[in-house]
Design a protein around this ligand. Structure first.
Ligand code: 6PG
Ligand code: SF4
Length: 643
């Protein structure tokens, strides 16, 4: 199947734009490779420390400096239902790796925040920065340099992006991502949302709300809506960093354990010593990143990936921006309806055909690059498959992979590319005199995709909720919630506003949200122009909006505009707010360096630089050694905005 012309155009543009930084990245990768096991570069004392605590057989293998050593980097904790199953994984992995003559070492743990626990709470102001903190923790683990491959155990929002950013800074090491899988289906996501709206209206009490939430989030495993965590899973599948179809197999089942063993053994094989060297820095190339954007759009994935995918690409020296997302979204069909884009959850999606079905449909439509490298070697089509238990003895059944089904088992949830739910991917770039922002429309009914109404300006989500509870919002309005950008308060998700906004929309009000903050991947039905760039603390024009200004948000025309007379607009002074309350408490004082160094949302809201050529000083947003503007740098970004 010939590639879609837009896929070719955007891919070639990204390759060209990334040439300097991608070239620098690959040079660093080659410089980090050594012949033989990495631990051979250590001094004897270093090495002795590195295997002191190991059992005799592993210690011998490590001492000989022949067999590969596989790092385990795990984001296990009991807070995230999605990560709790990882508690058992290290022992399963160590035994499986021994069976193929190698050694697995628990290299280090990383933090992991549950955005469900912190949603609407002060802790959410650490959430986005926890991604780069996870990348740093990954680097601390791998910096022992005892390893020839790494297994990454993570599922949720900022964790998989953080682990992959960290992994890419050790791009010479092969990487296999190991998921734990979704919890079984409980109370449906739409039922859960209804109970929340009733609570927001005062029609049910806390007891009914807590009962509904507990029936929805009822056991170990990932929450079953298609939010950022499950979008991460889809992207790991399409980038070929998972074994095929590993994403949505239930935790603590024989098949899940067999998949974990198989992933561990695969990591040992794809090392320099294993004979099929597949470093993660070669797997994550420009085509893999474009494939990830396409899969995100085709499945109605989380808006958070207009930040995280940009950051992941940057870690590999690849520069993407929201024009790339927007142009691809216009030609990528929506193939899935998973909550918040529909009624179904990820268990239903998996049963209908799952990730392999989506990958095959997009390959057949010429909307994915097949000529990529994955953890299985050359070619993405190997991932159009689903895992099943093998025929081995109980407890060692193994895994077999079968082709994904030709037809969807439920066309209300999953469709072939010739009969999509919509011709476009449902994520648009909106821009105008308020800046550039992203808008997910796959979960917004067509009649709500354009809102033109008076601005109501708030400097916090709490102020908005106070106005709602005081009955001041029963009107058409565009809520402009500012001072929510990464420099201001860490760019929290404002998903807690969804029930109130949804009630007003259900009551017939034309409402929309405009913010330099974020929404959750689980946010849906209310039109929201989010991640407004530049944010107000970077001089963004949200600071010029006043109550009553007519704001136009339109997904059809890509408009984000304050309809204010130009000379009035330009005569206005920038609004200010006291951010001190967001700088201390709940650990926020520890993240001031992140707030002070974070870059624009459109460049991933990262706190690490693009790769620079070996021997040059590393700058966050610099010109290259010969004075050219580095693609993706602040300089490059600002010239593009003026264009
Ligand atoms: O981006 C996401 O997917 C969200 O951050 C998600 O991980 C978070 O947990 C939501 O808050 C869950 O939705 P509820 O808050 O509606 O349960
Ligand atoms: S999906 Fe969200 S709420 Fe569920 S475990 Fe992950 S971070 Fe927590």
């Amino acid at each position: 199947m010939a590639l879609h012309p837009v896929l070719e155009t955007v891919t070639n543009r990204v390759i060209q734009r990334s040439k300097p930084s991608r070239g620098a990245y690959l040079a660093h990768l080659e410089a980090a490779r050594v012949k033989g096991p990495q631990r051979g570069t250590l001094a004897c004392t270093n090495l002795a420390h590195g295997f002191a605590a190991f059992p005799a057989n592993d210690k011998l293998a490590l001492k000989e400096i022949k067999k590969p050593s596989v790092a385990i980097v795990s984001a296990y904790n009991d807070m995230l239902s999605a990560h709790q199953p990882f508690e058992r994984f290290p022992e399963i992995i160590k035994q499986a790796v021994r069976e193929v003559g190698a050694v697995a070492q628990f290299a280090g743990g990383t933090p992991a925040m549950c955005d469900g626990v912190t949603q609407g709470q002060p802790g959410m102001e650490l959430s986005l920065f926890s991604r780069d903190a996870i990348a740093m923790a990954t680097a601390v683990a791998l910096s022992h340099n005892m390893f020839d491959a790494a297994l990454y155990l993570g599922v949720c929002d900022k964790i998989v992006p953080g682990l992959l950013i960290g992994a890419l800074h050790f791009g010479h090491l092969p990487a296999v991502f190991v998921p734990a899988g979704p919890m079984t289906t409980g109370l449906s996501n739409s039922e859960k949302a209804k109970i929340r709206q009733l609570y927001a209206q005062g029609k049910v009490g806390r007891a009914e709300l807590l009962e509904g939430e507990s029936q929805s989030y009822h056991s170990a495993g990932t929450c079953t809506f298609y939010g950022t965590a499950n979008s991460n899973q889809m992207l790991m599948e399409v980038m070929g960093l998972h074994l095929p179809g590993a994403a949505f197999i239930t935790p603590n089942t024989p098949l899940r354990d067999e998949l974990t063993k198989a992933a561990a053994q695969r990591a040992a094989v794809i090392t320099d010593q294993g004979g099929e060297y597949l470093p993660v820095g070669h797997v994550v190339d420009e085509k893999a990143i474009i494939n990830a954007i396409v899969a995100l759009l085709a499945t109605g994935g989380s808006t958070n990936h207009t930040l995280h995918l940009v950051a992941i690409a940057k870690a590999a020296g690849i520069v993407i921006d929201w024009n790339d997302f927007d142009e691809l979204s216009k030609v990528v069909p929506l193939l899935c309806r998973i909550y918040p884009n529909g009624e179904a959850d990820v268990n239903h999606f998996h049963a209908a055909g799952g990730t392999g079905f989506v990958i095959r449909e997009l390959l057949d439509a010429g909307l994915l690059h097949d000529d990529v490298t994955t953890i299985l070697g050359k070619g993405l089509r190997k991932h159009c498959a689903e895992p099943f238990l093998g025929q081995g003895a109980p407890g060692s059944e193994g895994v077999v992979f079968k082709d994904s089904p030709a037809e969807s088992a439920d066309e209300k949830v999953l469709r072939k590319h010739g009969n999509p739910f919509s011709a476009d991917g449902g994520m648009v770039l909106v821009q105008g005199n308020l800046g550039r922002a992203v808008m997910k429309v796959s979960a917004v009914k067509p009649q709500h995709r354009t809102v033109e109404a008076p601005a109501l300006v708030f400097n916090s989500q709490e102020d908005f909720m106070d106005a709602y509870k005081a009955g001041q919002l029963d009107r058409d309005f565009v809520a402009v919630i500012r001072f929510q950008g990464p420099r201001a308060n860490g760019m929290p998700e404002l998903h807690a506003l969804t029930p109130a906004l949804a009630n007003l929309q259900d009551a017939g009000r034309k409402v929309a949200l405009v913010t330099d903050g974020r929404m959750s991947g689980a946010s849906g039905k209310v039109p929201a122009a989010i991640h407004v760039s530049p944010e107000i603390l970077a001089g963004g024009p949200l600071g010029l909006v006043r109550d009553g200004d007519i704001i136009k948000v339109c997904a059809e025309t890509g408009t984000l505009e304050a309809l204010v007379e130009s000379k009035v607009w330009h005569a206005r002074a920038m609004a200010h707010a006291d951010m001190s309350v967001n700088q201390i408490g709940m650990g926020r004082e520890l993240f001031s360096m992140f707030r002070n160094s974070v870059c624009e949302a459109e460049k991933g809201a990262t706190t690490f630089p693009l790769p620079s050529p070996i021997g040059t000083t590393v700058g966050l947003h610099d010109k290259d050694p010969v004075g050219n503007t580095v693609p993706g740098s602040d300089e490059d970004f600002s010239t593009k905005k003026e264009a």
